[in-house]
Design a protein around this ligand. Structure first.
Ligand SMILES: [Zn+2]
Length: 463
């Protein structure tokens, strides 16, 4: 569960915050606790970047590169002394896709979608998104999130990070042709980290010569231009609450140093982008990349013949600050992009599972439970063309809250076999949607249904 009240400092440091506020007025931003080393941030980010470079089309154009590197360099130079990590390697790439999005990896690699640059109304707006992303990197939010969220070893974490970028933030698991759209929770940033990135981003902007208000106006632009399916950027960077006002308030306390006046690079980059052939969607681009990739089940781990029945013993897992859940002890925890899958050996391949459960949390823009659940089912249908229609929902209790349940038939694209998907969904106090998808082959579904219900009944939301 996500925190409802954002706070910048851990409770123990409140005294520090107050005294700092008393002197300067500006927010003091302390990096969250992190069990990973700075070197691991770098390693993780570099490995993930290598994957991203394979999966997404990079735009290599002189005018555009000039813009992003000049803004990037200014911003990096404005990172406060105590948050500088000399080991980090900041790079700024432009992804040739049309959606408005951007993301940054631990240790420095940043990616800006072409659509983001096109949508920006000024150089300062581009700088605003970049300053926000840079702040997540400098504060090491990716690994801090992993510290909270998981007990994953570094190798597993890499998979989760890459999955979240490819599967959640940039496109969707659906775009990857994977069986189930992995949600967008475990590596999307929480509201506390968002508030930190907004505040630090505004400090960095002011020091770099940009008006922090342009970050706020860019967020408005993103919100307005999100298009159908909602703006992707906002899914991974949820509004911590009153974002615009908070940035405006902070901006009033900041003095823009040596304001950037020459913004020809921005004008030239936008002109150049208008000349280039239209950018594909992320889905089109990743489908192309997937077409170049190997077989759908690379490890050959998917082997329904050797799937053991669910153990009656249960193992308890804690998923970050979201929830606890008990699952059969012979199921493995497989961190996906932003959801987690629990499945027995033989029942999963890359992006696919035939027996087990997926649990995830997705942001939900103020819809009621039924609408949000319909959207969840619709997102499943996009990745599973043979998915049937739910005949209706019945009520179920999940984590002490009222949720919905239904069962949908499907024909697995991978195995060609009939399967059943039990869908459970509930709104969390912050209005995001928690879902549990229980999957089993049709002929085994009645054996598994009880297990799915036990898993759901074991869920405890964490306050
Ligand atoms: Zn963010």
């Amino acid at each position: 569960m996500h925190r409802r009240c954002a706070r910048i400092l851990p409770a123990v440091s409140v005294g520090v915050l107050l005294s700092a506020v008393a002197t300067s007025g500006q927010a003091v931003i302390t990096p969250p606790s992190n069990k990973y080393t700075v070197a691991q941030d770098l390693e993780l980010g570099q490995k993930a970047a290598a994957e991203v470079d394979k999966e997404l089309p990079m735009l290599r154009d002189a005018a555009v590169t000039t813009l992003t590197t000049s803004i990037g360099r200014r911003l990096v130079d404005a990172i406060p002394q105590e948050l500088r990590h000399p080991e980090f390697r900041y790079t700024f790439q432009v992804v040739n896709v049309k959606e408005i999005n951007a993301f940054a990896l631990p240790g420095g690699p940043m990616y800006l979608n072409r659509g983001m640059i096109v949508a920006a109304r000024s150089e300062g707006e581009v700088a605003g998104v970049m300053a926000h992303e840079l702040s997540h990197v400098a504060l090491r939010h990716g690994t801090a999130q992993a510290t909270k969220a998981t007990k994953y070893e570094i190798g597993t974490l890499l998979g989760a990070v890459v999955g979240s970028i490819i599967g959640g933030n940039v496109g969707s698991a659906v775009a990857q042709g994977t069986q189930f759209g992995l949600g967008t929770a475990f590596l999307r940033f929480g509201r506390e980290f968002e508030r930190q990135a907004d505040l630090l981003g505004s400090h960095i902007m002011a020091d770099a010569g940009y008006d922090p208000l342009e970050m706020a106006s860019m967020f408005k632009t993103i919100q307005q231009q999100g298009g159908s399916g909602g703006p992707q950027w906002l899914s991974s960077h949820p509004d911590p609450g009153d974002r615009y006002t908070a940035i405006t308030r902070e901006a009033a306390l900041l003095e823009v140093q040596d304001p950037v006046r020459d913004t020809r690079a921005f004008t030239q980059a936008q002109a150049r982008l208008r000349q280039l052939p239209a950018a594909p969607s992320t889905e089109e681009a990743t489908r192309k990349a997937a077409g170049r990739a190997a077989a759908p089940v690379p490890d050959g781990r998917l082997d329904p013949g050797r799937v053991a029945p669910p153990s009656s013993a249960h193992t308890l897992y804690t998923e970050g600050d979201l929830f606890r859940v008990g699952v059969p002890s012979n199921w493995r925890e497989l961190p996906g992009g932003n959801a987690v899958i629990f499945a027995p050996d033989g029942a999963y391949g890359e992006g696919v599972f035939t027996h087990g459960v997926e649990i995830g949390v997705t942001p939900n823009e103020a819809h009621d439970l039924r609408t949000a659940t319909n959207e969840l089912v619709a997102s499943l249908a996009r990745g599973n063309p043979n998915l049937g229609k739910p005949s209706g929902y019945d009520r179920v209790t999940i984590g002490g809250r009222q949720g919905l349940h239904t069962v949908i038939s499907n024909v697995s694209d991978t195995t060609g076999q009939q399967e059943r998907i039990a869908v459970f969904a509930v709104l969390l106090p912050d209005a995001s949607l928690l879902h549990v998808l229980g999957v089993a082959p049709r002929e085994r579904f009645s054996d598994y249904e009880g297990t799915f219900r036990q898993v759901v009944a074991s869920i405890r939301l964490m306050e």
